[in-house]
Design a protein. Structure first.
Length: 145
């Protein structure tokens, strides 16, 4: 399957809003409705649906701040029915490629809740490293670009 990042629009917002993580993961990431509402009112937010071929399977929201050399993955989720198929890995690779090619960022940052079942090990496998910083109870990781 071909993984791609597509703009969230009036044509795909309903399927994106229906995407959900496993119940055991709900403590780790805000739901897509909340994220889209926040992102809509932020000048720095970049919202994209994650697609496998022509089916929306996930959501990502980045902070793109050209005044900084670090960018943030604010939200990242893959629907429960589509986890374990490599889509998250491919989507995150596309995100890193996008940031490398379109910005002056030197780091891509993200955070995760340090608890059993969190995404920390997943991010580490993709090259992110712990910074030792904690914000609002979440560990900060970075990827050098």
């Amino acid at each position: 399957m071909q993984v791609s990042l597509r703009e969230v629009t009036k044509d795909n917002i309903n399927p994106v809003l229906r995407l959900k993580v496993h119940k055991s993961q709900e403590q780790f990431v805000a739901n897509n409705a909340w994220s889209i509402a926040q992102g809509t009112y932020s000048e720095l937010a970049w919202l994209r649906a994650i697609y496998a071929d022509d089916a929306p399977i996930g959501f990502v929201m980045l902070e793109l701040n050209p005044a900084k050399e670090e960018y943030w993955v604010w939200r990242f989720m893959i629907d429960a029915q589509h986890q374990g198929n490599g889509y998250g890995r491919k989507a995150l690779q596309l995100i890193v490629e996008f940031v490398r090619n379109t910005t002056v960022a030197k780091e891509l940052l993200l955070s995760y809740v340090p608890a059993d079942g969190s995404a920390g090990p997943f991010y580490e496998k993709l090259g992110f490293t712990e910074t030792g910083k904690v914000e609002e109870g979440e560990n900060i990781m970075k990827l050098e670009l």
